[in-house]
Design a protein around this ligand. Structure first.
Ligand SMILES: Nc1nc2c(ncn2[C@@H]2O[C@H](COP(=O)(O)OP(=O)(O)O)[C@@H](O)[C@H]2O)c(=O)[nH]1
Ligand SMILES: [Mg+2]
Length: 454
């Protein structure tokens, strides 16, 4: 990607809207604006001052009415000279305004190119650049909070602290190479390495939790026909999505809906009840139920409180450790249904047991909280530094492995130049996370998923 030209893109969603925002960034941004913008009151555009006027084409014909602001390097999103145009939000109007900017010398930006420039120009590290997109695409409160913390630099700072420890250790090793008669002091070198190793482990321990928050979870509701699966889906969604009837076999296909349970983004999957059948449509539905169960992060297995021990047994047949057993229609019993007691006695291998009723809101709230808690696992412990992507986790695992080798080396009193190599390996892995050292392929993979104009 070229970094010395001036790019333009619309930053708002396409389609008819009240306004659209068009961004321009690069060395020629201000000259290009001077060519296409005619302010109502004459005079140069000053940084951070909103100006009203018209966008005009090369012939001076007015294309749209607009508000324009310019920013001067380095005080902008990309750290380059920039301009933002707020014009009318119609597909054609936006095309015409962008046409004027292209004719005046700008180039159409690639997805994520503004943020890429902010990264390449050193304003933000790679973890913060990734967080920009996470803020935009967050589907739950928890995901948004995690993205905000990362955008503020929580992960970048945590990796920075690790890096400082290792740089100190590396300097120590290097100094010893020049004075070999001193020998390695196991405490002097071991301490910072052990601190770094422990900090890395804390981050690794919270990774599964953080990635689940960012990516969301797939929750599959399954059970015999009429167990109350569709009713529970509707109750958790807060609206009637699936058809509910007293007749067995109502749901014949899987139904997927996004929801937020206790601040966690989930995809809830309602399935066709699993029961012997000769109906070809039901058979296909049941096949899909099995596929859905196989791909679930958590299986919510429903059993009617009036059901038999055999139904209870069936509910736990798939993968008990991944199964939350939910005994339904408990409102039909004056007290805890006997089946719940039976489950508590026999179903110790499953992830949890709940008694619910769609007519008892507290039981539904408990159901939502339990589902979120089970898929999230142990919470992160510290100030919001979290490994939110597999690439963070994989790189930190490599850093931790290199530190283990270095610590063994310290215990075995290996020579400082060998120890320095291991510490250096760990540093290289950390640098991949923050993007201190990064190849074009990875940058491409990250930024190509961005929106245009971000
Ligand atoms: N009393 C009571 N009835 C319920 C409850 N949940 C579901 N039902 C009823 O059980 C029947 C089957 O429900 P449905 O959600 O279609 O079951 P599915 O076949 O598993 O999807 C319907 O008549 C529902 O109204 C509940 O918590 N309490
Ligand atoms: Mg159903």
């Amino acid at each position: 990607m070229l970094n010395d030209d001036t790019i333009v893109a619309v930053a708002t969603a396409p389609g008819a809207a009240a306004l659209a925002v068009i961004r321009v960034s690069g060395a020629a941004a201000h000259a290009i604006m001077a060519a296409v913008f005619r302010p109502r009151r004459a005079g140069r555009l000053r940084p951070m001052r909103l100006r009203y006027g018209w966008i005009v084409d090369a012939h001076g014909t007015v294309v749209d009415e607009a508000m324009v602001v310019v920013m001067r390097a380095p005080h902008s999103y990309t750290t380059e000279d920039m301009a933002e145009i707020s014009c009318h939000g119609g597909t054609l109007v936006v095309q015409r305004v962008i046409g004027c900017l292209l004719a005046a010398g700008a180039r159409a930006a690639q997805p994520g190119e503004f943020t890429l420039r902010a990264f390449l120009n050193g304003r933000i590290d790679l973890t913060r650049a990734e967080a920009v997109m996470d803020v935009v695409s967050a589907r739950s409160e928890r995901a948004l909070m995690l993205a905000r913390q990362q955008l503020r630099g929580a992960l970048g700072d945590a990796i920075g602290h690790l890096r400082d420890e290792l740089l100190g250790a590396l300097a120590y090793c290097t100094a010893l190479v020049d004075f070999p008669e001193d020998g390695v002091d196991a405490v002097e070198l071991g301490e910072p390495l052990r601190r770094a190793r422990a900090a890395a482990q804390r981050l690794l321990d919270g990774a599964a939790h953080a990635m689940r928050i960012r990516e969301g979870a797939r929750i599959v509701l399954c059970g015999r026909p009429n167990a109350g699966k569709s009713s529970l889906l509707n109750a958790l969604l807060g609206h009637d999505r699936a058809i509910v009837t007293p007749y067995a076999g109502t749901t014949r296909d899987t139904i997927e809906e996004h929801a937020s349970l206790d601040g966690l983004a989930v995809t809830l999957v309602d399935t066709a009840g699993i029961a012997p059948t000769t109906d070809p449509i039901e058979t296909l539905g049941i096949e899909r139920s099995h596929q859905a169960i196989a791909g679930a992060d958590l299986i919510v297995a429903l059993v009617d409180a009036n059901g038999t021990p055999a139904a209870l047994h069936e509910a736990l047949a798939h993968d008990p450790a991944r199964t939350l057993l939910v005994v339904t229609k408990c409102d039909r019993w004056p007290e805890t249904p006997p089946l719940v007691a039976l489950a508590r006695e026999h179903a110790t291998a499953c992830a949890g047991i709940l008694a619910v009723s769609i007519h008892q809101p507290a039981s539904l709230a408990a159901c939502a909280t339990t589902i979120a808690a089970l898929v999230l696992g142990a919470p992160t412990d510290d100030a919001g530094a979290a490994l939110t992507r597999p690439r963070h986790r994989d790189a930190l695992r490599r850093a931790a492995a290199a530190l283990d080798v270095a610590l063994t080396g310290v215990a075995e009193q290996r020579s400082p130049d060998l120890l320095a190599l291991d510490v250096h390996d760990a540093l290289l892995a950390l640098d991949e996370i923050t993007g201190e050292r990064v190849d074009d392929e990875l940058l491409d993979a990250i930024f190509s998923r961005f929106c245009i104009g971000k």
